[in-house]
Design a protein around this ligand. Structure first.
Ligand SMILES: *Cc1c(COP(=O)(O)O)cnc(C)c1O
Length: 450
C-alpha cells in the first residue's frame, strides 16, 4: 500500500550529494551499533503510526489531508542530511535560492511579476504576517472576515491587538457583500479578509464585488487562499468561482498552503505581498547571522527565524515534476477532485434521505441527513459518520447554519441554529475513480441508521 520506489531514487541522490564533500577528511562513526539500536525503535514507531486513519488511501475522504508526492518526500529527506536553515544564507545558501524560485512560481501562478514573499510553517503564520503588515499600514482600523473564514483570523487579530469583526455569509456560504457594505459605512474598516475556499465548505467569497467596494470605501484586501489557492489553475470552475480567482492578482496579499493542495509534507505555507516595499516593516539587524552575503537573507523578510530549508527543497522539486500550468498534470489532479465532488453531490441530491445545501465550489461536499428535527438530523449524521468508518470510509463532520438549507427543511428549527452535517473533502485525484466505492459504502452506512 505505501509507496517505496522513491527509496531507491533517494539512495542514488544521497550518494550524489555525498560526492560533493569528498575533499573533507573522513569522520569515523560506528554506524552498525546505531543501526542495531535504531531498528527496534523504528519498529515501535511503525507500530505506533498504525494508529492513524489511512490518509493516503482514497477511502479516506474526510478532512483536508492529501498525501505528499513521493518526489517531495524524497527531496525533503535528502535535504535533511544537510539540514539547511533558510533563516540566513549562512545556514542554507542553495535551499534559500530554491525557496525564492519556488515562491516566485507561486506568485507567477497568481499573475504577479513582482512580489515579496516567503515560505512559512503553515497558513496560520502566513496569515499572521499578512494581518501584521495590514495593521502596520492601516493603524488600529478593523479587520473583517466572513463568518465562514478560518477561525485563525479572529485569534490572530487578538494576538496583534487589532479589532476584529465578522460579516455574515449568504445562503451559498460566501461573504455577503451587502452586509459588508453596511459595515464599511462606519468608516473604521482597514482590511477585509477574502476567503477563496472556506475551510468547512469550500465556498469562494465574491472578490470582484469586494474589489468594487474597495474603489468606493478604500481598504486593504487580504486573500486567504490557504486551501483554495491552487484552484486558480483548474479549468472546470463555475463562472462565479472563476471570476473570483481571475481577480486574485488585485489583492494586496495572498496566503496559500503548499501543504494542503500542493503535495507537500506539513510545514509549508506561503505569504505573498503584491507591493515588495512592505519589506521595510521587517527590517532588523541580526547580531548573529547576516554576514556571509550582501544578498537578501530570507530571515530579513520573515517573522519566523529558523525555517526548514528542506520544505523549500521539497516544494522546488515537486514544481520541477509538476509545474503550475493550467493544462498540466497538476491542474488535472485538481480538476479530478472537483469532478468527484460534483458527482457525489449529484448522487446525494437524488436520494431523499440526504439533504444538500449548495453545490460544491471546489472539491468539498456537504450534506445533512434528513430528519424530523435538527437534533434528529444531527444525530443521524454522527451515526453515519461512525457506520461509514466501520466500513473503512472515513468522512468528516461540520456544524453548518440551518439557513444554508431550504426554508421549512426542519419546521421547528430556529433560523439562527446549526445542524451537524457530513463533510467530504475529495482532494486526491484518485477520488474520481473511487466514487462508486465511496457511494456504495455511504449508502450502506445511511441505510443502517435510517
Ligand atoms: C488551513 C487553513 C488555514 C490555517 O492554515 P494552517 O496551515 O492549518 O496553519 C487558514 N485559512 C484557511 C482558509 C485554511 O483552509
Amino acid at each position: 500500500m505505501l509507496e517505496q520506489d522513491s527509496l531507491t531514487v533517494l539512495q542514488h541522490a544521497l550518494q550524489q550529494l555525498d560526492a560533493g564533500f569528498t575533499t573533507l577528511p573522513a569522520v569515523s562513526t560506528d554506524n552498525t551499533a546505531t543501526a542495531q539500536q535504531m531498528q527496534p525503535i523504528l519498529a515501535a514507531v511503525a507500530g505506533r503510526m498504525q494508529d492513524n486513519c489511512p490518509y493516503f488511501h482514497p477511502l479516506y475522504a474526510g478532512q483536508m489531508l492529501k498525501p505528499p508526492h513521493p518526489v517531495a518526500r524524497a527531496a525533503y529527506a535528502l535535504a535533511t542530511w544537510i539540514n539547511p536553515n533558510n533563516h540566513a544564507l549562512d545556514g542554507g545558501r542553495a535551499s534559500s535560492r530554491m525557496e525564492m524560485e519556488a515562491v516566485q512560481a507561486l506568485a507567477a501562478m497568481f499573475g504577479w511579476k513582482q512580489h515579496l514573499g516567503h515560505l512559512t510553517s503553515g497558513g496560520t503564520f502566513a496569515n499572521l504576517e499578512a494581518l501584521w503588515i495590514a495593521g502596520q499600514l492601516t493603524g488600529k482600523k478593523k479587520i473583517i472576515a466572513s463568518d465562514q473564514a478560518h477561525y485563525t483570523h479572529s485569534r490572530i487579530s487578538a494576538v496583534l491587538g487589532l479589532p476584529f469583526a465578522s460579516v455574515t455569509s449568504d445562503a451559498q456560504g460566501r461573504m455577503d457583500p451587502n452586509a459588508l457594505e453596511t459595515l464599511l459605512q462606519a468608516g473604521d474598516i482597514g482590511t477585509v479578509v477574502v476567503t477563496l475556499g472556506a475551510t468547512a465548505t469550500g465556498a469562494v467569497d465574491p472578490l470582484p464585488r469586494i474589489l468594487e467596494l474597495q474603489q468606493q470605501y478604500g481598504f486593504r484586501i487580504h486573500v486567504d487562499a490557504a486551501y483554495g489557492g491552487y484552484f486558480v489553475l483548474a479549468g472546470n470552475l463555475a463562472p462565479h468561482t472563476r471570476a473570483a480567482f481571475d481577480a486574485i492578482h488585485r489583492a494586496d496579499s495572498i496566503v496559500v498552503d503548499p501543504h494542503k493542495h500542493g503535495l507537500q509534507p506539513y510545514g509549508c505555507g506561503c505569504i505573498l505581498f503584491r507591493d515588495p516595499t512592505v519589506g521595510r516593516f521587517y527590517k532588523h539587524d541580526s547580531p548573529y547571522t547576516y554576514f556571509s552575503s550582501e544578498e537578501l537573507h530570507l530571515g530579513e523578510i520573515s517573522l519566523e527565524c529558523s525555517r526548514a530549508g528542506a520544505s523549500a527543497v521539497a516544494l522546488w522539486a515537486t514544481q520541477q515534476l509538476l509545474p503550475y500550468s493550467r493544462d498540466g498534470q497538476f491542474a488535472q489532479g485538481l480538476q479530478q477532485g472537483r469532478a468527484a465532488a460534483l458527482e457525489l453531490h449529484r448522487r446525494l441530491q437524488q436520494e431523499s434521505r440526504f439533504l444538500t445545501a449548495f453545490a460544491p465550489e471546489l472539491d468539498i461536499v456537504l450534506w445533512a441527513m434528513r430528519g424530523s428535527s435538527v437534533a434528529e438530523s444531527s444525530q443521524r449524521a454522527q451515526a453515519v459518520f461512525q457506520q461509514a468508518a466501520a466500513q473503512d470510509l472515513h468522512l468528516a463532520l461540520a456544524q453548518l447554519p440551518v439557513r444554508y438549507f431550504p426554508a421549512g427543511t426542519w419546521p421547528q428549527a430556529s433560523a439562527a441554529g446549526h445542524v451537524t452535517c457530513l463533510r467530504s473533502v475529495l482532494m486526491k485525484p484518485e477520488h474520481l475513480q473511487w466514487i462508486d466505492a465511496i457511494w456504495q459504502r455511504l449508502q450502506k452506512a445511511a441505510l443502517a441508521v435510517t
